[in-house]
Write a protein that binds this ligand. Structure first.
Ligand code: IMP
Ligand code: MG
Length: 174
């Protein structure tokens, strides 16, 4: 069994401060036609990112499934909701909670380019570089973290803890 750490790894205030500078970095890179959030983990981050962006991007979501209820990424990634969106000629900013093995986002960016997107950039709140299996980096990331399983600010463990306002680590119950 697991429990959530008492202290946050990244506090609500730290997230809020970083959002300001991250918003500026994204704005300095140009405007996007569409912000594509990856459900469910990115739902809070997307809301915070789009409110710090200039321009008037369309906001859409895709559901990526592969994770199940385990702390291990599985190898298969399936997307739902791409077929009713247009990507031809679009500058897309993908927004996700975390770049872990990188399988989800490398597959998603490949898919968008296949569908004619002009440019695909990636923004994640968290980056876990030590876990990377796919050759992919984020264009924008909030924080780089060690290899621990984290929850809160949208991220879940077995669909729980998404509403915590900071990022917490999941620890084995003793
Ligand atoms: P990847 O395809 O391995 O990069 O994993 C991407 C997805 O796995 C993320 O969008 C999350 O939904 C989930 N994930 C990876 N690491 C964590 C974690 O530490 N906490 C919660 N979800 C995670
Ligand atoms: Mg996710």
């Amino acid at each position: 069994m697991y429990k959530v750490s008492e202290k946050p790894l990244i506090s609500k205030d730290e997230i809020e401060n970083r959002l300001e500078s991250l918003g500026s970095e994204i704005n300095a890179s140009g405007e996007y036609d569409i912000v594509l959030g990856v459900l469910t983990g990115a739902f809070i981050f997307v809301a915070d990112i789009v409110r710090r962006q200039v321009g008037n991007p369309r906001v859409a979501f895709v559901k990526a499934s592969s994770y199940g209820n385990s702390t291990q990424s599985s190898k298969q990634v399936v997307f739902q909701g791409l077929d009713n969106l247009q990507f031809e000629g679009m500058r897309v900013l993908i927004v996700d909670d975390i770049l872990d093995t990188g399988r989800t986002l490398s597959k998603l960016s490949e898919e968008l380019l296949k569908r004619g997107a002009e440019d695909v950039k990636i923004c994640v709140l968290l980056d876990k570089p030590s876990r990377r299996e796919a050759a992919i980096e984020a264009d924008f990331f909030g924080f780089s973290i060690e290899n621990s399983f984290v929850v809160g600010y949208g991220l879940d463990y077995a669909e729980k803890y998404r509403a915590l306002d900071g990022i917490f680590t999941l620890e084995a119950k003793t």
